[in-house]
Write a protein that binds this ligand. Sequence first.
Ligand code: TXA
Ligand code: MG
Length: 326
Amino acid sequence: MVDDRDIDKAVAILKRGGLVAFPTETVYGLGADAGNPAALKKLYAAKGRPTGHPVIVHLADVSQVSRWARDVPPAAAKLAAKFWPGPLTLIMRRAPDVSDAVTGGQDTVGLRIPSHPIAHALLTKFGGGVAAPSANRFGRVSATTAQHVKQEFGASVELVLDGGPSDVGIESTIVDVTGKRPVLLRPGHISAREIEQTVGVPLATPHTDSPRAPGTLAAHYAPKTPLLVTEADLLLELAASLTRQGKRVAVLARSTLQPLLPGLTWISAPHDAPAYAHHVYAHLRALDTAGCDAILVEKLPQQPEWAAVNDRLGRAAAGSRPPSAS
Ligand code: TXA
Ligand code: MG
């Protein structure tokens, strides 16, 4: 596991403009000094991420917020008091000297104070803001273990701090607090309802002047294998038909039982939403590397507690051409 010497090494790498991957409670982050444009350039290159995509700045504690945001609206203060440190990112007006490489050229900055003890130790010792997108190559499935990070980046990342599997398993809830009413830009473990209860007003839906959150567009979080989300009965029919054609099929099931079919890779996912989220990316990675022609995911309930995983699965499927059962 990680000790003080590893943290010191990570801090030294960040200070000289290098990249360090580290665990957070949501997913692993690929970190760079948010105050160093050359380090940010390296970060974008390693991820294969187009410029113009803003990155979240991670901080050790709220006293640092004013260095990055020029204004902390009351809704932000309430949400920060309730959920930080934790899996919440707040979009605020940027302070004047925050670079365009962080904000994607927008007038806003995304800030998060993670609760993971290793992230916290790293941020505290580093002292500044650490820009950290999820530690996956652009558009791909986020990493929830140190092994996933190494599979994604190989030697281009100098150090991966291994904190075991991420607890939440999906990325932070993102709330834009720059307007009259807060806007949910990305659902996550902290639900829309908890946000509304904390700020005391209903969330507005994203509108044309909401800050762009390009990572929340369709076709993200995607495995390489075509992925389809479908109802249990259709899933079984499709699996039977595809395997009859000699195709190999990977299934992420939830309530259905595994049928006896050749060429099937089958994972039964947990029943409750937090456990499903905790495992979902590892499951998608496992199914993606099984050498199958398609991944079929059993459709999940539509209740609010499933909103965040439904969002991620929808995006994972968005770029795929559905397998044909003909
Ligand atoms: O849980 C998480 O948030 C993880 C961990 C590592 O903290 N990080 C993460 O970063 O998911 P990333 O870069 O994969 O996703 C950040 C999202 C993107 O959709 C990005 O567009 C949005 O946050 N974002 C960042 N700064 C923004 C800003 N100023 N305005 C609007 N959206 C922003
Ligand atoms: Mg990401």
